[in-house]
Write a protein that binds this ligand. Structure first.
Ligand code: ATP
Ligand code: MG
Length: 252
């Protein structure tokens, strides 16, 4: 078997004596798309933060291309992050910067592109998420929630990363827009040939994006499998999760 792009083994993390991650294992092959599904508070974002090195796990291994990343620091950590594109849970756009400067933020900060070239690059990335050139010069506050998510995705793909990490790319969007955004993610990730790790609490989004789903429950992997098997797992935790999700969908 070839080395996974991302491999997490026995990841544990506690805060104030309370175990939030309790031995999480997951593995994503190069070019794969894994979705972490789970209720609020199940440890999804924390798993992602550990992988990005923003939080240090208490124990467990995280390997990217077979190399341990838990103990990276300084330049090595920066280099690893430079290979990743990220969409944070709250889109996290800089309110005071126009959209194009948000999309090309990294390239501008590192002076890899002139402002003109960065603007052109941003316009191109925006078009691949279905936004016209006019949007480039607006401020994030002038955009709808769905447009902000698109800008967040444009920024995540701007540097043509090998790894894309997306935290709740469709949260707060209506089902139609969620479906559109999920489709954009699939197309763009495929086009880049990137490896994707996405987080969601929405089953429809997970099914659309994933080739493998991991359901986290109370900091443990309760189930993992391909999207077409999630409806018939015979697993109590999965069935309860689906049941609750359906009730929430009906109430929304
Ligand atoms: N830095 C921290 N300090 C203390 N507790 C934390 C910290 N980070 C996360 N936690 C706790 O870990 C648990 C899991 O948090 P996490 O953000 O991973 O949840 P999540 O699955 O992403 O939930 P949501 O769907 O609501 O975003 C929560 O109970 C949270 O309070
Ligand atoms: Mg979260």
């Amino acid at each position: 078997m070839s080395t996974p792009k991302i491999a997490v083994q026995g990841l544990c993390k506690s805060f104030d004596g309370e175990r939030v991650l309790d031995g999480v294992d997951l593995s994503i092959p190069d070019g794969g798309s894994l979705v972490l599904l789970g209720e609020s508070g199940s440890g999804k974002t924390l798993t992602l933060k550990c992988i990005m090195g923003l939080v240090k796990p208490d124990s467990g291994a995280i390997r990217i291309d077979g190399q341990d990343t838990v103990n990276l620091s300084g330049r090595d950590r920066d280099q690893l992050l430079g290979r990743c594109g990220m969409l944070f849970q709250q889109s996290a756009l800089f309110d005071s910067l126009p959209v194009w400067r948000n999309v090309a933020f990294r390239e501008l900060e590192r002076k890899e592109l002139s402002p003109e070239a960065a603007h052109a690059m941003a316009v191109k990335c925006l078009s691949s998420v279905g936004l016209g050139p006019r949007v480039a010069d607006l401020l994030p506050s002038e955009l709808s929630g769905g447009m902000q998510k698109r800008v967040g995705i444009a920024r995540a793909i701007a540097s043509q990363p090998e790894i894309i990490l997306l935290d709740e790319p469709t949260a707060g969007l209506d089902p139609i827009m969620s479906n559109v955004i999920a489709g954009l993610i699939v197309t763009n990730v495929r086009e880049l040939g990137a490896t994707a790790l996405s987080i969601t609490s929405d089953i429809n989004t997970a099914i659309k994006i994933a080739d493998q789903i991991v359901l986290l429950h109370e900091g443990k992997v309760a189930w993992t499998g391909p999207p077409d098997e999630i409806a018939n797992t015979g697993n109590d935790v999965v069935e309860r999760f689906i049941h609750k999700w359906k009730i929430e969908q009906a109430a929304a």
